[in-house]
Design a protein around this ligand. Structure first.
Ligand code: EPS
Length: 377
């Protein structure tokens, strides 16, 4: 599969071309739109989400609700483009009216300006913005639909918001049915405390991040590779998580926690019985050993840093004058971890679909389902 996304935050929209999807995949547009709505949700989001009502438009590669095997082109148009057309239109626009030079610490602004030889950070931030994740959610949901045809399901929840961490352990089923509205946490008491923290940070003109946990159920063993480092499944999944804007850390299973434990408390002992075959009583590896799925649930976690646009404006330099100033602000999210969670599920789905198609090949869904069915668990 080859995927390319394009689009600026205040341009006409976000677009993706997905090449290599098999034919006869039933496309559930409603599910894509539900995931896009989830990406817009969460206590702590900013004013932009009141303007947008993200919906996918399928421009090619799908006929009568099924993929054709040709490249699929997806679009999520920006409602806000109507307001930004005078400053963003490709044909010509008033660039000076929306110039950004009070570069934001933590954002791509300053480094991007140097790299792309731009005097206006607008030419950097428009693409670096997390708005790009809207189209990655659309692509990821398509990939999720392919995985579902094989019996592979993905879910997740918000484990931590700022200083509030939910130490609970939840099964896949509990997460899939029990994620709370508003923030997407599992524990109501923790969520209440988290909401209070976000509210206090909003008052202070500040922002916060959090941690999301992603689970994958039903993936058979042997995806990824212990032979070629570039195909290690954990490397690819962590790479996918880290590709999401504002993610600063990612882990599999015990992750960073494994470093402080001894071997007997880290490795998942192996048992066998006639009925179950080989099995484990623990899953501290998070479903991946030797760079390959081992048939257990895949458990991933990613840490999101606080959003770098602070209403109080951090100290910076105005690159137009090189004098000290406060960083640019127009509007901002206070916390976007709930949106981030569905984005992380989506990029996980995409990375897994890539690994599945690489191993199984196949031009139509039935062929892939058949090949998958023949694999050992
Ligand atoms: C986002 C849209 C953006 C930001 C946010 C994500 O909208 P605007 O810049 O018009 O307010 O709310 O982008 C960032 C956090 C960022 O750092 O760029 C979205 O749709 O997710």
């Amino acid at each position: 599969m080859r995927i390319i996304t394009s689009g600026e935050s205040h341009g006409k929209g976000l677009f993706a071309i997905v090449e290599g999807l098999p034919s006869h995949l039933r496309v559930d547009k409603e599910e894509i739109d539900r995931c896009l709505a989830l990406r817009q949700s969460g206590y702590g989001r900013g004013g932009r989400q009141k303007i947008e009502r993200d919906r996918v438009e399928i421009l090619s590669g799908v006929r009568n609700g099924e993929t054709l095997g040709s490249p699929v082109c997806l679009a999520v148009f920006n409602a806000d483009y109507e307001n930004w057309k005078p400053y963003m239109a490709p044909e010509g626009c008033d660039v000076a009216a929306r110039t950004v030079t009070k570069v934001r610490p933590g954002h791509a602004d300053l480094t991007g300006m140097k790299k792309y030889a731009q005097a206006d950070a607008r030419n950097i931030l428009e693409r670096a913005s997390a708005r790009e994740t809207a189209i990655r959610v659309a692509v990821g949901t398509l990939c999720r639909q392919l995985l579902r045809a094989l019996g592979v399901e993905i879910t997740g929840y918000v484990k931590q918001v700022h200083t509030v961490r939910d130490e609970g352990e939840y099964t896949f089923g509990q997460i899939a049915s029990g994620r709370l509205p508003e923030l997407g946490m599992m524990d109501p008491a923790a969520q209440e405390r988290a909401i209070a923290e976000i509210a206090a940070l909003r008052e202070a003109g500040d922002t916060c991040g959090g941690i999301a946990e992603i689970r994958v159920r039903g993936l058979k063993s042997g995806f990824g590779s212990c032979m070629s480092y570039g195909q290690k499944l954990d490397a690819r999944l962590v790479g996918a998580l880290m590709s999401v804007q504002a993610i600063k850390g990612a882990e599999v299973g015990l992750g960073f926690g494994a470093a402080a434990l001894s071997g007997k408390d880290v490795h998942d002992e192996i048992f066998y019985d006639e009925k179950r075959g080989y099995y484990r009583e623990t899953n501290r590896a998070g479903g991946i050993e030797g760079g390959m799925s081992n048939g257990e649930e895949i458990v991933l976690r990613a840490a999101m840093k606080p959003i770098p646009t602070l209403m109080r404006g951090l100290k910076t330099v105005d690159t137009a004058t090189n004098l000290p100033d406060r960083a640019a602000t127009e509007r901002s999210d206070v916390c976007a971890i709930t949106a981030c969670e569905i984005i992380l599920e989506s990029v996980t789905a995409t990375a897994l679909a890539e690994a599945v198609l690489e191993r199984l090949g196949g031009d139509n869904v039935a062929e892939i389902v058949d090949r998958y069915g023949r694999l050992p668990d």
